[in-house]
Ligand binder design. Structure first.
Ligand code: NAD
Ligand code: MN
Length: 376
């Protein structure tokens, strides 16, 4: 046929949406609208969404954040878009362990990936930092370590009450996250990895962490890597942001560092994350890093950009690089216009206005659909 590329078959991806609690119920429908707009403009793929009303309301009705067979309901999906878990009337450890961590651990999403950049139009707090100085990806170990859930509590309420949260690290767990981080660093232009540690004070597991980092490093001779203690890493993020590119850290350390990273990039409301199963045995889950934001829930003030950027990561994971790039450009075009900033960025725009603007931009950027080839 005239030497043209064959018309590619349309792919169908099934996406689970789990808004969860608080502003999750506002930003996830916004993310779904943006994804649907991309799919409508695409000749490559369509999306089929299934919404799961799990979270605090489900807990009040059934005593569980998600049904006992919840993982089975998600297993066949191509990806999950998650809002946030956290309800003002339910203890945080119940909402977190009953939903988000159940999915992360049940699907062995051991790599939590958190890109940070200063988007156009965003006034970031570091005075001497240009947007080019801050372009990081934090890789968080997402399956064990300080959040392994190992520990206990005895003699509650008595003077001899005792409680432990034991950090558990395994050679398998550390090796696989190091390998993921080195590979990611290798794929980025600067090929630079900082291994965050605390092996001066934590002299067992973190020493093993350092040893495994050095071992895995030998597989990646083209990656420049260094080691930084976690406390020093916070200061380096503020004082020498351009010296960092890819970082790898434990579950707890990276949890804290990535909130700092989000704030340095302008707002918690912008930052995205992916909970990735690199082996693709299970669906991976994408979510804004912020929580339920009780103080603004129901007011239409939530910044949906963190969710939109998470949708970019979701599309990249599905292999839809063009759609991912279109969406990222639409997001940047929107943040560049300060009239479209939500309150967390010092503006007055609503969730709906930002969503409308991104959708309009996606439509404007979409290539005119080429006609289907006529068989002759
Ligand atoms: P939070 O992220 O909900 O809010 C912190 C501050 O940032 C608040 O002032 C909030 O208004 C603001 N903020 C957050 N996201 C925003 C957005 N998109 N647009 C505008 N402003 C935004 O953190 P928190 O207050 O520590 O936690 C509230 C609840 O959320 C808790 O129950 C917590 O356990 C839960 N939580 C869940 C997740 C998750 O599910 N991944 C993550 C963090 C917190
Ligand atoms: Mn966190």
């Amino acid at each position: 046929m005239n030497g043209e590329a064959p018309y590619p078959p349309m792919k169908t991806y099934s996406i689970a949406t789990i808004p969860g609690d608080g502003i999750g119920k506002e930003v996830i429908p916004a993310g779904q609208r943006v994804l649907q707009t991309l799919a409508d403009a695409s000749e490559r793929f369509r999306l089929v969404f299934e919404d799961f009303g799990w979270g605090g309301d489900h807990y009040r009705q059934h005593g569980l954040m998600m049904p006992a067979d919840g993982l089975d309901q998600l297993r066949s999906k191509d990806a999950i878009l998650f809002g946030s878990a956290g309800d003002p009337h339910i203890p945080d450890h119940i909402t977190l362990w009953g939903l988000r961590l159940k999915i992360c651990q049940g699907f062995d999403q051991y790599a939590n990936v958190r890109p940070t950049r200063i988007l156009p139009g965003i006034d970031a707090p570091l005075k001497r930092c240009t947007p080019a100085d801050l372009d990081w990806v934090i890789v968080r170990e997402n399956s064990e370590g300080e959040y392994a859930g190992v520990g206990g509590r005895v003699h509650q309420g008595l003077p001899l009450e005792a409680a432990t949260d034991v950090s558990v690290m395994t050679r398998t767990g550390v090796e696989r996250i190091m390998r993921y981080a080195f590979r990611l660093a290798q794929s980025r232009p600067r090929k630079r990895l900082t291994v965050v540690t605390k092996s001066n004070a934590q002299r067992h597991a973190m020493v093993m962490w350092d040893e495994i980092a050095a071992q895995v490093a030998t597989e990646f001779p083209d990656v420049h890597w260094d080691k930084e203690l976690v406390d020093a890493a916070t200061a380096r993020m503020v004082n020498r942001p351009a010296s960092l590119d890819t970082l790898v850290a434990t579950n707890l350390h990276a949890d804290i560092l990535s909130d700092l990273a989000a704030a340095l990039a302008g707002s918690l409301g912008i930052a995205p994350t992916g909970n990735i199963d690199p082996e693709r045995r299970f669906p991976s889950m994408f979510e804004p890093i912020h929580g339920s934001a009780f103080d603004i829930m129901g007011l239409g003030l939530a910044n949906p950009v963190g969710t939109f950027w998470s949708c970019v990561m979701l599309l990249e994971h599905l292999g839809e690089a063009d759609a991912a790039q279109t969406l990222m450009q639409a997001i940047e075009h929107t943040t560049a216009d300060t009239r479209l900033h939500t309150r967390d960025l010092g503006g007055t725009a609503t969730t709906a206005e930002v969503t409308d603007a991104v959708c309009a931009r996606v439509r404007a950027m979409a290539p005119a659909r080429s006609p289907k080839p006529v068989p002759h």
